[in-house]
Design a protein around this ligand. Sequence first.
Ligand code: TRP
Length: 447
Amino acid sequence: MTERGNFGTKIGVVLATAGSAVGLGNIWRFPYMTGQDGGAAFILVYAVCILLLGIPGMVAEFVVGRHGASNAVRAYYKMGGRWWSAIGYMGTVTSMIILGFYAVIAGWCLQYLVASFMGNLHGDTNYVATYFKTFSSDPWQPLLWTIVFIVITHLVVIRGVRKGIEKFSNALMPILFVLLLVIVVASCLLPNAGKGVEFLFKPDFSRMSQSVLLDALGQAFFSLSLGTSCLCTYASYFSRQTNLLETAGQIACVDTLIAILAGLMIFPAAFSVGIRPDSGPSLIFITLPNVFQQAFSPSLGYVVAILFYALLALAALTSTISMHEIGTSFFYEELHISRRRGAIIETVVCCAIGVLCSLSCGAVDISLFGKSFLDCCDFLTSNILLPLGSFFTCILVGWVVPRRVVKEEMSNWGTLRVSVYAVWLFIIRFISPACILLVFLHQMGFV
Ligand code: TRP
């Protein structure tokens, strides 16, 4: 049996798992989805998804992971037998695809960090838009940054669970929070910032678009790192004293708080200078540099831009670490090789996917179903594979596993009183699967 690492402290558990949850999903994806899908109304649907499907789903994944105390494939195998290990395989593959396209966006952040440091992002609206187009459709530069990002992730992961993942998360998460607060304050103090705050908190249901439900569901899963065995893998490093329900609640709170703060950082500034926030994925790369320049004095704008892209890169790093760990733990435990070798296999595969995603942004025409390869990977994973992964995890924990095992995990072998156990069980047996199914049927036009 391979010697397994584990998290050393309670705060380490929370920060590492929150580090996985908080990432580009909160600071890049959440604001642009909110902007596209109509503001406060989207946030409302999103919050319901987090409460009703997110937290219970997280606990279900934690139960599988801590019980299995191994990589995701084996953990699902131990829980449900041979067929159920398919969920672990699906999660492992999904996380590789996500890491591939995620590293491309994270790479853009690195490029923007350097560019804002050098003062290269300075210019009028057209200049910034052209800068983004030229840069992202260049074959080499974004590709190099993508690989750099995956390699940095690799270097952290090979240091192991305690010295790598836990130590980095403990250091990076507080820095991230402080940076975010600084920019939020700067943004909310701008003239006319109130309109942005209103957009975020005052629902206007007429602006809700058709795909709001599926988008909110996908975003909730993506943001909590749910449905790819990521939480299952981290839970395998939890101790027997970790309170699963409490941990899930804390992480959902931190994650939602950071997403809302990201909204408060972007929308007041955007509205203050009269820029519409519905430009989609390029929101933080085209809209924001303009906002920073117009909203702040030149020297403050310079500092804020650097802080912002540094913040993004850090947030992305704690998340890519968690995705990388899923495959790494699978390869080294199942192929009986060293952790280092396992990590190398994962890195090579993800770099290959990352290269395709990066090239598909303009340099080479790689598209499927009318979307670029990167958009396809994003849609396929977030809106389809993640909800499916969570759906089957709920079925497994709710219907297949002996009730005694589930109860023992939830109550830490009878040492905790879990008053909401019955409610949670009801949700994962009936409500979660039904909701996910409904959203799928709705999307396919059946309901
Ligand atoms: N939750 C992270 C974010 O918000 C991304 C992430 C990390 C993720 N690990 C994951 C998404 C596993 C899905 C699955 O940016």
